[in-house]
Design a protein around this ligand. Structure first.
Ligand SMILES: NC(=O)c1ccc[n+]([C@@H]2O[C@H](COP(=O)([O-])OP(=O)(O)OC[C@H]3O[C@@H](n4cnc5c(N)ncnc54)[C@H](O)[C@@H]3O)[C@@H](O)[C@H]2O)c1
Length: 255
């Protein structure tokens, strides 16, 4: 799909991978909705790129539905591209050293990362299905979700995070199969460690432990590297129903 002039909505667009993606797509000529519950971050990015800021909690169905309507009023159509970057990192043992359980943390993580992505994806594919098809293949849109390499090699303490990202990875294929007749693709990107606020929140020894295990390039990813893959997924119609690891060949160590 050509990016110039298309409508795109990016969740978590106020920071990190989502902010870089919002900037990148806007620079390529897209009309971008910057959706985030961090009002300050979303407003700053939207202002910089001439987009619209949407202050929304992705786990709230009503707020997300209203944000899609608001976006369509502003952009003149529902988004052709939806990129799900909103997410939270959590670290908790299943049973901590005092014998306490981490069920609340597990529930909250699934609620934002998995259910939030699913709510946005649901609104996105419904809106895209009503758009005119483009080009000879009749493509209508593409949804790109953000998993994590933790979906395959989750570290100690990442049960909730890895499970949320595994859910995201697993839904690419069944949803792509469902939306194929509407010409809508569904993909997931599984990043390794990227230099954003989320990665900076990890304990220093965990950051260094992961960094030491990145074969090449031996550094954290830049958010722009993620945005470049988003661009390629939008442009390349054969990418559908799968998950791409974007990780410099890292395999996370056990802890
Ligand atoms: N940075 C990494 O190393 C890395 C690695 C693998 C996967 N990821 C995933 O990439 C995505 C983006 O992360 P990032 O590194 O850019 O982090 P970040 O903290 O810089 O950005 C995440 C954004 O999501 C927003 N957000 C969180 N919960 C929300 C909610 N309920 N509703 C709306 N907005 C919400 C935050 O306000 C923030 O602006 C996340 O899903 C994360 O799990 C990041």
């Amino acid at each position: 799909m050509d990016i110039k002039g298309i409508t795109a909505l990016v969740t978590g667009g106020g920071s990190g991978l989502g902010a870089a993606t919002s900037r990148h797509l806007a620079a390529l000529g897209a009309k971008v909705g910057v959706l985030d519950f961090n009002a300050e971050g979303a407003a700053a990015v939207a202002e910089e790129i001439g987009g619209i800021a949407l202050y929304v909690n992705v786990s709230d169905e009503d707020q997300v539905e209203a944000a899609f309507e608001k976006f369509a009023d502003w952009a003149g159509s529902m988004p052709r591209v939806a990129v799900n970057c909103a997410g939270v990192g959590t670290a908790a043992r299943v049973v901590n050293r005092d014998g306490k359980l981490a069920i609340d943390a597990f529930r909250r993580t699934i609620e934002v990362n998995l259910i939030g992505s699913y709510i946005v994806l649901s609104n996105a594919v419904r809106g895209m299905a009503a758009l005119d098809p483009l080009g000879a293949d009749g493509e209508r849109g593409v949804v790109i979700n953000t998993s994590s390499v933790a979906y395959q090699d989750g570290q100690l303490g990442q049960a909730a995070y890895a499970a949320s990202k595994g859910g995201i990875a697993s839904l690419s294929l069944p949803v792509a199969r469902e939306t194929a007749r509407s010409g809508i693709r569904v993909m997931a990107i599984a990043p390794g460690l990227f230099a954003t606020a989320m990665a900076a929140g990890l304990p220093e020894e965990v950051q260094r432990g992961i960094e030491a295990n990145i074969p090449f390039p031996p550094r954290f990813g830049d958010a722009e590297d993620y945005a470049l893959l988003v661009e390629q997924i939008i442009r390349n119609k054969m990418l559908n129903g799968s998950v791409i690891r974007l990780d410099g060949a890292v395999r996370l160590p056990p802890r």
